[in-house]
Design a binder for this molecule. Structure first.
Ligand SMILES: NC(=O)c1ccc[n+]([C@@H]2O[C@H](COP(=O)([O-])OP(=O)(O)OC[C@H]3O[C@@H](n4cnc5c(N)ncnc54)[C@H](O)[C@@H]3O)[C@@H](O)[C@H]2O)c1
Length: 310
């Protein structure tokens, strides 16, 4: 079962699991996802889509062996717009899914986020770092509910012996990100291909690391399927750091756009730097990202050109 299966990462995860020969149930209430993301799987006997809000009572399904809990608005504008829904899907929703996984004796994976590190005082971030989060700020609906979801997952591991694990996903990009989801890569590319100014927030020197979605999906699957991962937390992301201004310049060159790069005020609580330390995932899961930013951006630009007919 994949919750958030009609979302950006979830739909690629469904593709990958079906390709591996698994029977997949995708649950999604489509708050930020879209059935267009799973169009390619419709009619495949290995795939079932169920429109369902996971904060509600769970449906009864045949045997389920793995529960991947990815449902949650994820981009900053999305979780600001759906603040209460975000808080609930990561708290009430996570508990529902933990109860479900326990009843089915299934393995469980919780998709947490690098945002649990808040505005980090340690760089790069290791899994052992506890973070620096504003508990009642504008981003708390996401950061704090993800921290709650992590706590609840570990509570089920400790109290009930559930076979659960947590992955902390760092910025991921690629085809099927909504073009209006407000993430930096989708913003920059769509501004560039439509000839609009490319808006960089702050002075452009804040950094992010970007992981291509196929690498992320491989890491998520390995974290679930690898033995010895029960009760563990893994950072998944690409440690290669980019300043916003360099990313904007790269996209400007790749799209051959005449768009100007313009600077705007930094949003509240926006962390200046974030980069995963992925040594643990490399050692324990035998995983590391392999897609370069150049290759990943090329595929993403092609995707946006195709969906926008440009
Ligand atoms: N994309 C990233 O860079 C990134 C970074 C860190 C963490 N994550 C995490 O990865 C997961 C997937 O993110 P994404 O980028 O694919 O976002 P997305 O918004 O594309 O996908 C999330 C999906 O969850 C669904 N959903 C939300 N609330 C639901 C509910 N109550 N019941 C059922 N479905 C619900 C949405 O409709 C959507 O299809 C999220 O948990 C997110 O927090 C993503």
């Amino acid at each position: 079962m994949v919750t958030g299966g009609a979302g950006f990462i979830g739909s690629h995860l469904c593709d990958s699991l079906v390709a591996l020969g698994h029977q997949v149930y995708a649950l999604d209430n489509l708050v930020t996802g879209s059935e267009a993301n799973i169009e390619q799987l419709k009619g495949n006997p290995l795939f079932t889509f169920m429109r369902h809000d996971v904060t509600n009572e769970m449906p009864i399904l045949p045997d389920v062996h793995f529960v991947f809990h990815l449902a949650s608005p994820a981009s900053v504008p999305d979780y600001q717009k759906y603040s209460e829904e975000t808080a609930l899907v990561n708290s009430v929703g996570t508990r529902n899914l933990l109860k479900f996984a326990k009843a089915y004796n299934a393995r469980f994976l919780y998709a947490s986020t690098s945002e649990v590190y808040g505005s980090p005082m340690e760089h790069p971030q290791k899994e052992t770092y506890w973070g620096n989060v504003n508990p009642n700020g504008v981003r708390a609906c996401y950061d704090e509910s993800k921290r709650f979801g992590e706590m609840m997952t570990m509570l089920y591991v400790r109290k009930y012996g559930l076979d659960g694990r947590i992955v902390r996903i760092f910025n991921t990009y690629g085809p099927r990100m909504r073009k209006d989801d407000g993430r930096v890569v989708s913003n920059f590319i769509n501004q560039a291909i439509t000839g609009k100014p490319i808006t960089v927030y702050g002075d452009g020197l804040s950094t992010r690391s970007f992981c291509f979605v196929s690498d992320m999906v491989e890491g998520v699957v390995k974290a679930m399927m690898t033995d010895g991962t029960k009760g563990e937390v893994y950072n998944l992301g690409n440690p290669e750091e980019y300043t916003m201004i360099n990313l904007a310049k790269k996209i400007k060159t790749m799209t051959k756009t005449a768009s100007d790069i313009v600077f705007e005020k930094l949003p509240e609580d926006d962390p200046p730097r974030r980069r995963p330390d992925i040594a643990k995932a490399m050692e324990k899961l035998g995983w590391k990202p392999v897609v370069t930013v150049g290759e990943g951006l090329k595929k993403t630009i092609e995707y946006y050109r195709q969906v926008s007919g440009i």
